[in-house]
Ligand binder design. Structure first.
Ligand code: BTN
Length: 233
């Protein structure tokens, strides 16, 4: 691993930003060392050799955007993180959609994924919010990159996300959920959850997905859903 240095690009006055050229995974690293980092620290990597996705998947990046944030307070990050990305992209000139819980899609293709890991030792210690944004599409996945949409620098994207994140953590949960629902590509659609069809009805105050199958309601905390009418995973 090469050394980690303070990044002097003015990303955000609210965050202390570190940079590394290559690392296994910014999430893995911060999970192990969060105690050394203050609240609102971020670690940006030019390259990850063992990037991780949700459900122990591999997250491949090739000159893409990879960074993780450390928060020492608990927020509804499952909702706030994708919404911060959504609002940042809107400010930067295009409108993607949020696939519950926290993927960002554009033209029904995945643009970004988020891996949130909460650390507890007796009590809550920290949340690590890992954000991966494709700059280019990956052939083997149903993905799209920023470069297919608009010419934007990584620095502008990261600083806009941090600004939106900082605004959102000061809002009440209800406002955040309502804003999230506006950009959801899931609500009111028929989805498949564990091989069964459901209609997605809404999002609870904790960020859980509310489903209905012929009057039988189900609340899903955090899982994977697919769409009936398209092959979006
Ligand atoms: C997913 O879609 O499954 C989540 C992907 C999250 C990838 C990011 S890249 C930065 C951070 N470090 C990791 O190892 N993973 C997250």
């Amino acid at each position: 691993m090469t050394s980690i240095y303070l990044d002097n690009y003015p990303y955000s006055k609210y965050f202390k930003c570190y940079h590394v050229s290559e690392i296994d995974s910014t999430n893995t690293f911060l999970k192990a060392t969060h105690i050394l980092f203050q609240d609102h620290s971020i670690l940006i990597a030019d390259n990850q050799t063992n990037g991780r996705g949700r459900f122990d998947r591999v997250w491949k990046s090739d000159n893409d955007i990879c960074f993780s944030i450390v928060f020492k307070k608990h927020y509804i990050n499952q909702i706030i993180a994708p919404l911060a990305l959504e609002l940042a992209f809107i400010r930067l000139g295009f409108v993607p959609a949020i696939k519950w819980p926290n993927d960002i899609y554009f033209n029904e293709k995945k643009l970004s994924g988020i891996l949130i890991e909460d650390i507890y030792e007796d009590k809550f210690q920290a949340s690590i919010i890992g954000i991966g944004i494709n700059m280019t599409s990956k052939k083997e996945f149903n993905s799209i990159g920023i470069n297919d949409i608009k010419k934007l620098s990584k620095e502008i994207i990261i600083s806009t996300i941090l600004e939106e994140y900082e605004k959102l953590i000061h809002l009440d949960d209800n406002t955040i959920i309502n804003e999230y629902i506006k950009y959801s590509m899931v609500i009111n659609r028929t989805i498949i959850y564990h091989d069964k069809e459901y209609k997605a009805l809404g999002i609870t105050k904790d960020g859980h997905l509310l489903l209905d199958n012929n009057g039988i309601k189900k609340e899903v905390q955090c899982d994977e859903i697919t769409f009936k009418e398209a092959i979006i995973k």
